[in-house]
Ligand binder design. Structure first.
Ligand code: NAD
Ligand code: DAU
Length: 370
């Protein structure tokens, strides 16, 4: 039985990880700390909060006093650190929060964990998993080999630079202080609970509402798509069985350019409308409601500044050392994801309208930082 801290547990991957951890290790005590930024949502965690199978704390990882109090109270032996500002476009227009949370927040959390584990003589048994991104490695050309754990760091966006900085801090804590930390660098995730600012949910929701589907540049940029459930399985494996001080790349082996991904989303929605006639009444402005194609909505727009052309992950180390391999086929995972957004219309309408944020700020009575 472990006492586990999951930071950013109300975010997209965090929520999925909380559910996966609960199912895999029901005896563990889970504490979630999340600042509840615009990207957070606790709806899926509410039943677990209500029956006390997790403890939820609204708080900032950069709040040293709060972090120390949580460590003293819960004596965490595992930390899965996911809290971050995560959206590249936001980092371009407003980079400061990225430095605050991703760099300084990570530093505060690392220092608190190190001090606590030293004092409690837990450095040999505790583990800190820093969840990071393939974006730290920069951009690949079409014929370049995929990123390995020894690829050089060449971040191109303020987001990627902030994550690279945090990775370097983790490495420095390992080398200098013997911090029992591990790093994962992962490719693009997709699946349930992803915020509608990211490519796949944005395109699904816009298509359902009959809005333009804004593809940046010429849509030739390539991402390596990984279903969030495969990512969570890998994270749980790495934190328990990975070698401390090591980095593990996590990827989906699913390289696709954005044009193809958006086209596939359109075709999947068209097929869903063809097989379920009730959808036309729910989404009358979707072209598929009148037997048209969502592809007619695809609109090429100004490119993202510094837009990385291609990411690809070589996940050999994870597979050979720890036996983690992704299981979800991309076409199947995308179809399930489209179905999830069709089945959770209230969830995304609340998020896109801001209703969820207004409600959570006003009403929700979970424990707050003091
Ligand atoms: P997300 O934006 O959906 O969630 C991030 C969560 O962190 C939110 O709930 C937010 O409220 C919380 N948070 C932000 N600032 C905080 C602070 N100062 N203190 C406490 N909580 C704070 O992000 P995600 O997509 O779930 O990503 C989670 C982690 O995985 C991030 O570290 C990200 O860099 C990394 N990652 C994401 C992907 C991806 O494709 N989504 C891929 C590789 C790595
Ligand atoms: O690679 C891992 C990273 O993946 C994570 O570290 C980040 O947290 C996560 O946000 C994601 O970053 P990307 O920038 O790759 O994801 P995003 O969904 O924003 O964009 C995916 C691709 O789609 C990218 O090439 C930009 C493009 N795009 C995105 C949006 C939102 C569009 O063409 N149109 C859009 O409207």
């Amino acid at each position: 039985m472990q006492s586990v801290l999951i930071t950013g547990g109300a975010g997209f991957i965090g929520q999925n990880l909380v559910h996966a951890w609960r199912a895999a290790q029901p005896a563990d005590r889970l504490t979630i700390v999340d600042a509840m930024t615009y990207a957070a949502n606790v709806r899926s965690l509410e039943p677990l909060i209500a029956d006390r199978s997790i403890e939820f704390v609204k708080g900032d990882i950069g709040d040293a006093a709060l972090m120390q109090r949580l460590f003293d109270e819960h004596k965490f032996s595992r930390v899965a650190h996911l809290a971050a500002e995560s959206h590249v476009d936001r980092s371009i227009s407003d980079p400061e929060a990225f430095l605050q949370t991703n760099v300084l927040g990570t530093f505060t959390l690392l220092k608190t964990a190190l001090d606590f584990w030293r004092a409690a003589a837990m450095l040999d048994t505790a583990r800190f998993l820093h969840v990071s991104t393939d974006e730290v490695y920069g951009s690949l050309g079409p014929a370049d080999p995929a990123f390995t754990e020894s690829s050089p760091y060449r971040p191109n966006s303020p987001y990627a630079a902030s994550k690279a900085s945090s990775d370097h801090l983790v490495r420095a804590f390992v080398a200098t202080y013997g911090m029992p930390a591990l790093i994962t660098n992962c490719s693009n995730n997709y699946g349930p609970y992803q915020h509608p600012e990211k490519l796949i949910p944005l395109m699904i929701i816009h298509a359902l509402e009959g809005k333009p589907l804004p593809v940046y540049g010429d849509g030739s940029n390539v991402r390596d798509w990984l279903h969030v459930s495969d990512h969570c399985d890998a994270l749980m494996n790495v934190i328990e069985r990975g070698r401390t001080g090591e980095t593990y790349n996590v990827g989906g082996g699913n390289e696709r350019n954005n044009r193809d991904v958006v086209g596939l989303i359109c075709d999947t929605i068209d097929a869903a409308f063809a097989s379920d006639t009730r959808l036309a009444a729910r989404f009358p402005t979707c072209p598929a409601a009148a037997a048209g194609s969502c592809r007619t909505l695809i609109t090429y727009v100004t490119d993202r500044p510094g837009h990385d052309h291609r990411y690809a992950i070589d996940a050999t180390k994870l597979a050979t050392e720890l036996g983690s391999r992704c299981k979800v086929d991309f076409e199947r995972g995308l179809k399930q994801t489209v179905q999830w957004y069709l089945d959770h219309e209230t969830w995304w309408r609340d998020v896109t309208s801001g209703a969820y944020k207004a409600w959570i700020d006003k009403n929700y009575g979970f424990r707050r930082a003091v």
